[in-house]
Design a protein around this ligand. Structure first.
Ligand SMILES: [Zn+2]
Length: 412
């Protein structure tokens, strides 16, 4: 994992075999030029410079020559070689499908007329989380590259088959259909399964070298509803600064969940946050607006776009916590919630009542800590083990940092 992280930053030399035409001496020359040129004759210098330009050319955007619906297909993006002051569209080709074709991810690049920071906006890592798609589309539509200083890259649908099926997971043809959670696969594996390789290609051929900061947009999964919420790695001050630019009700300082896009980027030195824009499967204007406002604030913060800040967390009396506490069903039956999203609850407070088919109470659920309601289950019929609600709590024993206890699986 560490090797991939180093690859993502571009700070270290590639460790996988180089293409024949740029292997060996050309890359050695990049770092040892001054020493070597002293001993080289003119013809040799010419050869070295040809090799150098060959090596540099490899960083460029790679077009396959194909088009899908008129949009050019690429296998590698280098925003440096795109025309400035313009919007660009691509279909980024990733791993193979079970019928030997390929998956493609739609990518938009708004490259400003002037240089500046480069921000990545992502939607659709989970395919049932659709407010993010509208948030990224609407943000890209607001941009005028002729007046921008810097670049914005929009990935509108990171997991194509999950979006097609409106599912959290990506089904691969292994043992009749294995369910892979794409947000546990980052930064990916070159020789992994379809989803792992897909993540590896996006990490290394699309993000690497092109991105200075990132926002990965999510919502609660199907069957749950999320408050206006952001996850941010508790040890990344710049990421926390970005999180506070969103008009959100809650922010969790997280311990870093391995496999998430957010954590893989932060580990690679790229500040990143994960948003939770409400519930799954639909467009909710208020939630989409939180995503768009936050995105625009991030672009204004980095000087890519000019203008006054929109609403931020300073306008929403944000609650910042450092741990999650879930209440799960310990019986089966119909559930009546007695709290709603973003309510403040106290430890011991009754939060839900569960009844059997005759209407008899089978269980009463109580809050296990003081906190704010971050997630509620949206299915009124609930069975053992399923999520009733999750609280964002602020544990004083963790100080101002994320709690490392990592209770339960991550929600991102
Ligand atoms: Zn998600």
């Amino acid at each position: 994992m560490q090797m991939s992280i180093e690859l993502l930053t571009g700070a270290t030399m590639p460790t996988h075999p180089l293409p024949a035409e740029c292997a060996g001496s050309a890359f050695a020359t990049l770092t040892e030029e001054s020493t070597m040129t002293r001993y080289l004759s003119r013809p040799l210098l010419l050869g070295v410079s040809l090799l150098l330009s060959s090596a540099i050319a490899h960083a460029a955007t790679v077009f396959t020559g194909d088009k899908i619906e008129g949009v050019p297909v690429i296998t590698r993006l280098d925003v440096a070689d795109l025309a400035a002051g313009k919007a660009h569209r691509f279909m980024f080709r990733t791993s193979e499908t079970s019928i030997g074709q390929y998956w493609y991810v739609p990518v938009m690049v708004a490259k400003g007329a002037r240089p500046g920071k480069r921000v990545l906006l992502v939607a659709g890592v989970h395919g049932d989380e659709l407010n993010p798609v509208a948030a990224v589309q609407e943000t890209m539509a607001l941009l005028d590259p002729t007046s921008m200083s810097g670049t914005v890259i929009g990935i509108m649908g990171a997991s194509p088959p999950s979006l097609m099926n409106i599912t959290r997971t990506w089904t691969i043809n292994d043992l009749g259909g294995a369910q892979i959670n794409p947000n546990r696969t980052w930064p990916g594996r070159e020789d992994g399964n379809t989803v792992e390789r897909h993540s590896w290609l996006i990490t290394n051929q699309l993000i690497k070298g092109n991105v200075d900061a990132a926002v990965d947009h999510h919502t609660g999964g199907t069957g749950t509803d999320f408050a206006k919420f952001l996850f941010v790695y508790g040890d990344s001050p710049e990421s926390i600064q970005l999180a506070k630019l969103f008009p959100t009700d809650q922010i969790m300082l997280d311990p870093g969940y391995p496999g998430t896009l957010e954590y893989s980027l932060v580990k690679a030195g790229i500040p990143a946050v994960t948003t939770e824009l409400g519930g799954a499967r639909k467009f909710v204007p208020e939630m989409v607006k939180m995503g768009v406002d936050g995105n625009m604030n991030v672009l204004i913060h980095y000087g890519i776009v000019a203008g006054p800040m929109r609403r931020t967390s300073a306008d929403t009396s944000v609650f910042i916590g450092n741990d999650l506490e879930s209440v799960r069903a310990v019986a089966g039956g119909f559930l009546t919630l007695q709290v709603k999203l973003n309510d403040t609850v106290s430890k011991g407070q009754r939060v839900a009542v569960q009844r059997n088919s005759f209407g008899d109470v089978v269980h009463e659920y109580r809050a296990t800590a003081d906190g704010r309601v971050a997630i509620v289950g949206s299915d009124a019929a609930s069975e053992r083990g399923s999520e009733i609600l999750t609280l964002l709590v602020n544990r004083s024993d963790c100080g101002a940092k994320a709690c490392e206890s990592g209770k339960g699986p991550p929600k991102e």
